[in-house]
Design a protein around this ligand. Structure first.
Ligand code: ZN
Length: 251
């Protein structure tokens, strides 16, 4: 096997992070090395994923960023530091191509990580949708009948916040229970969010187009939160911070 495959198969991001002196908190999070991260938002395991900026990758990507190296140099550094042997001419040899066709079965750890991340992302996205609804469809007068979406938002936000809190900071068994029991719900949420974000994207683009047009001021209903909300991943990051703060206080 060549350098890249050997390293990827043998070194997890978590191992690299620990080896290079980064301290994980109890949730397995570190401060993101890709953006200016005030509190830890980067989950490190086999791969890394940042809830703040959305970046993700393997140990080689991680090490390249950490030390400002190219990918090949980063892979060689990891191979050296972890004592990994590799065939120097692996890259172009036909034998390697054959090996690559068969993808190794995901380990239970990888499988779990994948499902966990999927669940977490779905609830983070859903939370954005609900917060939008809560704001967008809130009653503007006392007598107005409440919009169904406003009511849904009020009800579901409480539940979604609870799930997110558990997924991020709960005991492993509780996380597992949510991921296992909510599989079907997650699929529904993903569909719902996909549709919603598609439509919202189109709407935002339209609003943004008319913004700044001469005389377009009166028609422009641009929300001051526009830029912040538009970038969902940044928004998710702030959300993580808020959740973290809250759960620290309640402990
Ligand atoms: Zn980040």
């Amino acid at each position: 096997m060549g350098l890249f495959d050997e390293v990827k198969q043998n070194v997890t991001v978590r191992q690299a992070a620990e080896r290079y002196g980064l301290k994980l908190n109890r949730s397995g999070l570190i401060r993101c090395i890709f953006h200016n991260d005030k509190s830890p938002s980067m989950k490190v395991d086999r791969r890394y994923y940042c809830f703040g900026c959305g970046c993700t990758g393997d140990a080689i990507d991680f090490t390249a960023q950490l030390f400002g190296l190219g990918l090949r140099d980063a892979a060689m550094k990891l191979a050296d530091d972890f004592g990994i042997k590799y065939s120097a001419r692996g890259r172009d040899s036909p034998a390697r191509r054959n090996v690559l066709i068969r993808k190794p079965e995901p380990t239970p750890e990888e499988q779990w990580e994948k499902e966990y991340m999927r669940c977490l992302k779905a609830y983070l996205d859903y939370r954005i949708l609900l917060q939008d609804w809560k704001e967008q469809y809130r009653p503007r007068t006392r007598t107005e009948e409440w919009d169904e979406r406003f009511i849904t938002a009020l009800r579901e936000l409480v539940i979604v916040n609870y799930y997110l809190d558990t997924l991020l900071f709960g005991e492993h068994a509780d996380k597992e229970a949510i991921v296992r029991e909510k599989r079907e719900e997650i699929e529904n949420i993903e569909r719902k969010c996909k549709r919603y974000f598609n439509e919202r994207g189109k709407r935002f683009d339209k609003e943004n187009d008319s913004y700044g047009e001469p005389g377009g001021l009166s028609g422009n209903q641009r929300n001051p939160e526009y830029d912040r909300k538009r970038d969902s991943q940044k928004f998710n990051g702030e959300l993580c911070d808020r959740i973290k703060k809250r759960s620290t206080v309640s402990r």
